[in-house]
Design a protein. Structure first.
Length: 272
């Protein structure tokens, strides 16, 4: 029997890339409003999906800061609607929830899935609230749920205020001298193709629990500027007083066979 994959957030960056990357699969796309229980219930009752990739989300930290209540409805209530209706339907559906590294607090060492969570943003707070509900409901019901905490990534479909698109815009203007600030931070950038590969591996194995999705390699944001600065602009840096680090320990996901292929240079060059 052919496997069918349900997708929420199909028009978003991850949903769009995954469906194109694995276009030989059969997809059942959710086209309703994830915050409306009626829309979700109708889709779940009709679908023949064996797996659901829950990508629907309000993502930009700037957007969430300005639209917190709406973001909470999508990121938390939408997730609750989805899992509640899967359970009520009694269908055997494996669910993947796309979470974020923002649920962690900054740490000098690489972050493990078992490390303390302390959201660094309102966006992270909405995702952690959804995670908490998924963990609670999965403990009470026979449902397979996988939470993927995705670290930093970029894509040509990302726009400002995301970091790399913002840097590209600043470095493409006509000014020969520019000033940049608050860039002395360490992050873990993963190619979107590697992220989708990780999600697909988790799906194939019907993995359950929490998995970091990243490279396990630290990238200083200042180094990204060097890769982008092809026009050799004169850049003045206004350094931040406090340096932060958010880098994944990926030993857990490596155990299922996932090894990231691309580095930050490939990520940036593919974008530009």
């Amino acid at each position: 029997m052919k496997k069918i994959i349900g997708i929420t957030g199909y028009s978003g960056v991850l949903g769009k890339y995954f469906s194109k990357r694995y276009n030989h699969y059969e997809f059942d796309i959710f086209r309703g409003d994830i915050t409306l229980n009626k829309d979700v219930r109708e889709w779940i009752n009709k679908t023949n999906a064996n797996y659901i990739l829950h990508f629907a989300s309000k993502v930009s930290t700037d957007f969430v800061n300005k639209n917190y209540e709406n973001s909470l409805k999508v990121n938390y209530l939408g997730t609750k609607n989805l899992v509640d209706n899967i359970i009520k339907s009694k269908k055997k559906i494996w669910l993947f929830f796309s979470s974020t590294s923002h649920v962690y607090k900054f740490k000098k060492q690489k972050i493990k899935e078992s490390d303390k969570t302390e959201p660094i943003s309102l966006y992270g707070k909405t995702k952690k609230k959804a995670e908490n509900y998924l963990i609670k409901i999965s403990n009470k019901n026979n449902i397979k749920i996988c939470i993927g905490r995705i670290f930093s990534f970029t894509d040509k479909n990302q726009k400002e205020p995301y970091l790399i698109p913002s840097l590209l815009k600043k470095l493409s203007n006509k000014k020969k001298k520019i000033m940049l600030e608050n860039l002395n931070h360490e992050r873990d950038f993963c190619h979107i193709d590697d992220i989708c590969k990780a999600v697909n591996m988790l799906r194939k194995k019907k993995s359950v629990g929490i998995f970091n999705i990243g490279t396990g390699k630290s990238v200083n944001l200042l180094d990204i500027v060097k890769i982008i600065n092809k026009n050799k602009k004169i850049i003045t840096f206004k350094q931040n007083k406090v340096k932060t680090k958010l880098v994944a320990n990926i030993s857990k996901i490596k155990k299922i066979g996932f090894y990231p292929k691309f580095d930050i240079k490939k990520i940036v060059l593919d974008l530009i």
